[in-house]
Ligand binder design. Structure first.
Ligand SMILES: [Zn+2]
Ligand SMILES: [Zn+2]
Length: 239
């Protein structure tokens, strides 16, 4: 099954990424993707743009040169109560929201504390759609509890393809595979994301896809397969 969308994409505006929106649009055309999602870092990430960057994405057409472009953010989870660095009024204007723990923004704690941080985010942030790179071994969480809570609060779990090769999240592979197995067991939705910081990795989702397939997750629980299915899922969280 071909994955037709990738919504974990950082442009130059993230501060430590090196491609533009148009670089990603061209890359999507080259690779036959139907949709990309812009998910620049929230303003608390060192080097990230002012919140106005996230807030003004409406100036970008929803289809650019035949590629559907979703406007979103990768919000920073800021504390154990699941506070994120994007104000509600901005969240409401975005097409989708990823929330992730980054140790540049919040100090990871014990496994119990980190698990609570994840669960509180899902519970208290109805407009968060996706939890990013939860398999990061540097932020240890109880994976089973996390996946169960994602099911309870109707969140999509990202299987982050760049975690498998990145130095900063080394050791993610076995934890992501475990997440995928729990997602299958508990009927929780997943999405593969490239977490591109340069356009050449857009749509590079092969390891995550293999992991999702190995876990036996069926197509109706995989959000990369159909634009309509993913958009319907986002809409359901916003009604
Ligand atoms: Zn991230
Ligand atoms: Zn990212």
């Amino acid at each position: 099954m071909k994955y037709v969308l990738d919504v974990h994409v950082h442009t130059v505006s993230s501060g430590h990424a090196y491609s533009t929106v148009m670089d990603y649009v061209r890359e999507a055309q080259l690779k036959g993707l139907e949709m990309i999602g812009l998910s620049d870092h929230g303003p608390e990430m060192p080097g990230a743009s002012h919140i106005f960057h996230i807030g003004n994405q409406r100036v970008i057409p929803s289809i650019v040169d035949g590629i559907r472009v979703l406007k979103g953010v990768e919000a920073n989870i800021m504390d154990i109560n699941g506070r994120i660095d994007i104000h509600q009024r901005y969240l409401e204007e975005l097409d989708f929201v990823i929330a992730s723990i980054h140790d540049a923004c919040v100090q990871p704690g014990t496994m119990v504390e980190n698990t609570k941080m994840m669960i509180e985010t899902m519970k208290n942030q109805p407009l968060v759609d996706i939890i990013g790179h939860a398999g990061n071994p540097k932020v240890e969480i109880d994976l089973k509890e996390f996946v169960l809570a994602a099911g309870e609060y109707n969140k999509i779990i990202e299987i982050n393809n760049s975690s498998f090769t990145s130095i900063s999240r080394k050791g993610s592979t076995s934890r992501c595979a475990e997440i995928a197995r729990y997602a299958k067991e508990f009927g929780v939705k997943v999405i593969a994301g490239s977490d591109s910081h340069f356009h050449t990795t857009l749509g590079v989702l092969d390891t995550a896809q293999a992991m999702i397939e190995d876990a036996g997750i069926t197509d109706d629980y995989v959000m990369n397969i159909s634009v309509d299915q993913f958009l319907a899922d986002l809409r359901a969280r916003r009604k």
